[in-house]
Design a protein around this ligand. Structure first.
Ligand code: C2E
Ligand code: MG
Ligand code: MG
Length: 743
């Protein structure tokens, strides 16, 4: 362009130097030839200039036409012309691309072929309006492209009528798929925004920019009241700073947070909501908004809390029940592996609670339990659990005790003492003062060394040990205790079979008199266990007592002994023998004990005067007047009574004089001490004198040596029983012994 103008300029200056352009043009004939020549040259130059300019104008025109074609073809929207018959007569490249076909294939094609069926009628009407009436207007249709895909398009139509020609319709075609989709999404979003869930949108600084109607319904704040505020508007104060710090940390890291939160409505009522917050980010990663969605879960919460309360708490004392305790124990056990601490459980059982319940009624019993629960709760630290297992059993779970097991035991003992003390303080139950104590079993745990069930069992067992130790005490569980328990339960199962399988035997230990020789025997029970061999009574009588099996066993002993007495009656050598039978406390305290003995005697036909019943001091003391009545009933028919193990109990002259006894049997421990301990000898002497004073005969048991026998003789005791003469033996051996010792 610049070179062209330079050339023109130079031509122009050449012409101007040769010709005075301002001079008047004279007729050629009046001027000299050189002048004419010069003029001619100038004309030629001017002509050249004109030609040059023409060429330039032509080139420029071509260039702008190309540019127009480019613009037309590559315009961002499609252009096409339809004939009056709606055939495509021309189309730009963009339009062809939008229709999904090559341009040349589109010419003379019917445009309606590309309009989706559902829009074809509308399109047709629109076209006619434009083509026939020049009623130019646009419409939106779905176009079905050559490859089958669809786009949403806007068609701007314009009728053009060329002079003398047919009218044509020019169409500007734009793809509005993206806009349509955005509109669709917006519509869905708008509907979603007005859902049943409360919604709140804030700017990145937490200022509320939008809320929905559900928000207003749930919180009581109108949109107007909420906009411009922050969600702190709803704060209930129930969540602490750490809670919110955690929430913001999650939002920062994951752009998302979900959880339960307590908020306050406009009316002041606190409610629980389930809240989800999502951070909305711009493409550059910056947060532009926070969107919170929430629903009111207060009712669920309340229902849940109620279910939880019913399932995990004792309704009387409101203490955790067994289920919750088991749960907490499980956690506490697991925690010991992590933190290295020890824990302990205290298993408490109220002493004599049943008596209170039976004598004063269950209402009073309940009052006591509630007060006990309160005291227990007051004794422990905040993190410890006090639970009621049921009845009068409570468990305290102590956590985070010292890691050293001995130290932990000391801590648990201290806590246990404190509890015992608290429980032992007097109670005022409906204006009546009441005193009670507890027996406590303690079991320690560390390093997750037991299961929950085992732990409870251990503490329970220890509690029983403390009951046995005289109540109002405290005992620790140790593994030996557990082994003993397991053996005990196996033994119990076997003992239940012993009678049915005829494994019980009576052994006979002779009772001697210095002058008369064998005067009788003591029947001593043995259990011939198929695997254990001969089991001594000391190993199973206490168990039989506890389980109540002693009643049937005792009955069997009586029957066997009476049958034996009856059998001996036939023989003059055995007719005079007396048989001593041991009777246990439980057996003796049965209301119909005397009647039972009488019945057994009657059934066997044995002579009652040959039967001697051995009682112990503790048995007698349990209920002295009852014992006396019972003894007298039997005494009346001739049954004799001997006080076994005499000297080991609370021997008191006052009751001794009241009891219808026949004999005192000096306990073997005193006999053993004869010769070894001057005290022992003195006791033996005293018992003998006491017996004589009371008019009772005296027998010594456990006589093993001649020295012991001599000492007894010298001191006035002439009846003996012991290994010096014979061990307890089976019947056949006893009868053999009788034969060989006949005086
Ligand atoms: P117990 O009535 O005082 O019986 C005496 C115990 O002393 C017997 O033990 C007997 O074997 C043992 N003995 C006898 N002489 C000597 C001796 O010289 N030296 C030593 N070291 N011991 C001697 P056993 O048979 O083991 O019976 C133990 C206890 O079991 C009995 O003490 C009695 O209380 C109870 N018992 C035995 N049979 C029955 C029974 O049929 N019914 C009930 N309820 N208890 C029974
Ligand atoms: Mg005895
Ligand atoms: Mg004895």
């Amino acid at each position: 362009m610049s070179t062209k103008s330079n050339q023109q300029d130079s031509l122009r200056s050449r012409a101007e130097t040769q010709l005075d352009l301002d001079a008047p043009v004279l007729p050629a004939l009046l001027r000299p030839a050189d002048e004419l020549l010069h003029e001619l040259q100038v004309h030629q130059i001017e002509l050249e200039i004109q030609n040059e300019e023409l060429r330039h104008a032509q080139a420029a025109m071509e260039e702008s036409r190309d540019r127009f074609v480019d613009l037309y073809d590559f315009a961002p929207i499609g252009y096409l012309t339809l004939t009056a018959n709606a055939l495509i007569s021309e189309i730009n490249l963009t339009g062809a691309a939008m229709l999904g076909e090559e341009r040349k294939k589109l010419i003379h094609r019917r445009f309606a072929r590309f309009v989706a069926t559902e829009d074809s009628e509308r399109w047709h009407r629109n076209f006619l309006r434009v083509a026939l009436h020049g009623d130019n207007q646009g419409c939106e249709v779905t176009l079905q492209r050559g490859d089958g895909t669809c786009i949403a398009a806007r068609l701007e139509c314009l009728r053009l009528v060329k002079k003398g020609g047919e009218p044509v319709v020019r169409i500007a075609l734009s793809d509005i798929s993206a806009r349509k989709q955005a509109e669709e999404e917006q519509r869905i979003a708008a509907i979603a925004f007005e859902s049943q869930q409360g919604m709140i949108v804030t700017d990145p600084h937490g200022v509320i920019v939008r809320v929905n109607q559900a928000f207003t319904r749930l919180t009581g704040y109108s949109a107007q009241e909420a906009l411009g505020q922050t969600p702190a508007l709803l704060s209930s104060g129930r969540q602490n700073r750490t809670f919110y710090q955690g929430m913001w940390a999650a939002l920062k890291e994951r752009k998302y947070w979900q959880g339960q939160i307590w908020n306050r409505r406009k009316n002041g009522k606190i409610y629980a909501e389930w809240l989800t917050i999502t951070a909305v980010g711009a493409p550059d990663g910056c947060v532009t908004h926070y969107v919170g969605t929430f629903s009111d879960i207060t009712q669920n919460q309340e229902a849940e809390a109620e279910i939880h309360r019913l399932a995990y708490y004792d309704p009387l004392t409101q203490l955790p029940n067994r289920r919750l305790l088991q749960d907490r124990l499980g956690q506490a056990l697991a925690a010991t592996t992590r933190n290295g601490h020890c824990g302990a459980i205290l298993f408490l059982d109220m002493d004599n609670f049943k008596t209170l319940n039976d004598t004063r009624g269950h209402d009073i019993g309940d009052l006591l339990l509630v007060e006990v629960a309160r005291r227990l709760h007051a004794c422990v630290r905040g993190g410890d659990t006090v639970a009621r297992l049921g009845g009068d059993e409570f468990v305290i779970l102590l956590e985070d005790l010292n890691g050293n097991i001995e130290e932990a035991a000391a801590q648990a003992k201290l806590a246990g003492d404190k509890v015992q003390e608290a429980i032992a303080r007097p109670y005022l139950l409906k204006d009546c003062e009441y005193h009670c104590t507890t027996s406590t079993g303690i079991s320690l745990f560390h390093n997750n060394n037991v299961t929950v069930e085992e732990l409870l069992k251990h503490a329970d067992l220890a509690m029983y040990q403390s009951k046995n130790a005289g109540r109002n005490t405290l005992r620790f569980f140790d593994p030996a205790m557990q082994t003993a328990l397991e053996e005990r339960s196996a033994l119990e199962a076997d003992l239940r079979q012993a009678l049915r399988h005829q494994q019980l035997r009576l052994y006979y230990q002779p009772q001697m008199e210095s002058t008369r020789g064998i005067i009788g025997a003591e029947a001593l029970l043995r259990w011939e266990h198929p695997e254990r061999g001969l089991v001594a009574p000391g190993d199973f009588i206490p168990l039989a007592e506890e389980t109540g099996l002693i009643l049937s066993i005792g009955h069997w002993v009586l029957e066997t002994a009476c049958a034996q007495l009856k059998a001996w009656e036939d023989n003059p050598h055995t007719r005079e023998l007396r048989l001593a039978v041991n009777v246990s406390a439980r057996q003796f305290h049965q209301p119909d004990f005397a009647a039972q003995v009488k019945q057994v005697l009657a059934q066997s036909g044995a002579n009652p005067t040959r039967l001697k019943i051995e009682l112990t001091e503790s048995l007698v003391l349990d209920n002295v007047s009852d014992t006396i009545t019972r003894m007298q009933a039997l005494k009346a028919i001739g049954v004799g009574f001997s006080m076994d193990d005499f000297g080991t109990g609370y021997s008191s002259l006052s009751y001794l004089t009241r009891l219808p006894l026949d004999q005192l049997k000096i306990d073997q421990s005193f006999i053993r001490d004869i010769g070894a301990d001057p005290n022992g000898a003195a006791i033996v002497q005293t018992i003998i004198i006491m017996g004589k004073t009371l008019g009772l005969n005296v027998i010594a048991e456990g006589v093993e040596t001649e020295t012991q026998r001599d000492f007894l003789e010298q001191n006035g005791c002439h009846a003996f029983q012991g290994f010096l003469f014979s061990r307890p033996v089976p019947l056949a051996e006893f009868e053999q012994f009788l034969n060989s010792n006949r005086v």
